[in-house]
Ligand binder design. Structure first.
Ligand SMILES: [Mn+2]
Length: 300
């Protein structure tokens, strides 16, 4: 058991205890560290959170929206610290790693005194379950952190990482505290802020690729409703960037995740035209759309 194992090896001689997530932590890393901090406190153990790298803007915004200050979770690790890793199993942070709670698949388990790694919707969920099993108190805040970490780490319970067994707990917990699951769903789906200027939206989540002699650019938005996307001006803007920056193709993806729709817009500079295809599922840009274009270009 995670908490009894950690408590058994904690050295009372006073090394600072530091909780950290992976480099460039996401929402789940932060939530997992906050949960670990609160549960350890119940056991009479004070631990400091020292995240490192840069948090993605979406995780940062959602943490702020729910009253957290992500900046306060970043700090250098004090001297002689022992580390507990949350949402990762390796680190470049200084100090001796004494434990981890993680859900990323590993080929070979790293050597550390307390190692917990299992399939889970989020690292926050693992820590929450371990604390509950150990008899620690949960409250509105711990429930919120664990539940929101699931939504944020699994694209609102839709990715393959999501554990179906968590469903009854989510429904019961949301009902108990009156959590707004539709707001969490939007947070988890990472919907794009469509009030941004069109030239920023046109380069939202921008990627560039080179396939043989072809230069390809891509951007995408995630929208709650198709109507909310200023598609005409967006495509005009993508086209003008495509021409001015000499790309051969521009792939613009419009995801409407709540309706399980992916619209793929492909601009070809030679033909000076957009081609649109609609797919009744959420395609992956990196695994589906771009490899398909790459095959098409290489076959030429
Ligand atoms: Mn995670």
């Amino acid at each position: 058991m995670l908490f009894s194992d950690i408590l058994a090896i904690l050295d009372p001689s006073g090394h600072p205890i530091v909780l950290t997530g992976h480099l460039h932590p996401d929402y789940d890393s932060a939530a997992a560290c906050l949960l670990m901090q609160q549960f350890l406190k119940q056991c009479g153990v004070n631990a400091q959170i020292c995240l490192y790298g840069k948090m993605d803007a979406h995780s940062d915004a959602v943490l702020r929206k729910y009253g957290y200050n992500p900046g306060a979770l970043f700090a250098p690790v004090p001297k002689n610290a022992v580390l507990i890793l949350c949402d990762c199993h390796t680190t470049t942070q200084p100090g001796k790693v004494i434990a981890c709670a993680d859900h990323h698949p590993v080929i070979e388990a790293p050597d550390m005194p307390v190692y917990l790694n299992r399939s889970a919707s989020s690292a926050g969920r693992i820590i929450y379950q371990e604390a509950a099993a150990y008899g620690l108190q949960t409250d509105r805040e711990t429930d919120f952190l664990a539940l929101s970490s699931i939504y944020m780490d699994t694209r609102a319970c839709s990715s393959t990482k999501f554990q179906e067994a968590d469903k009854p707990w989510i429904i019961e917990t949301a009902a108990r505290w009156n959590f707004d699951l539709s707001a969490l769903e939007r947070d988890g789906l990472c919907l794009t802020d469509l009030t941004q200027p069109v030239d920023l939206l046109a380069k939202n989540d921008f990627r560039a690729y080179t396939f043989g002699k072809y230069r390809v650019a891509s951007s995408c938005v995630q929208a709650e409703k198709e109507k909310a996307v200023p598609m005409g001006t967006l495509l005009e803007c993508c086209k003008s960037i495509c021409l001015s920056e000499s790309y051969d193709y521009w792939v613009f993806l419009c995801y409407i995740p709540l309706e399980k729709i992916t619209d793929v817009y492909l601009f070809n500079r030679d033909e000076n035209a957009w081609n649109k295809t609609r797919h009744a599922r959420i395609l992956s840009r990196g695994n589906d759309v771009i490899p398909a274009l790459e095959r098409m270009l290489i076959d030429r």
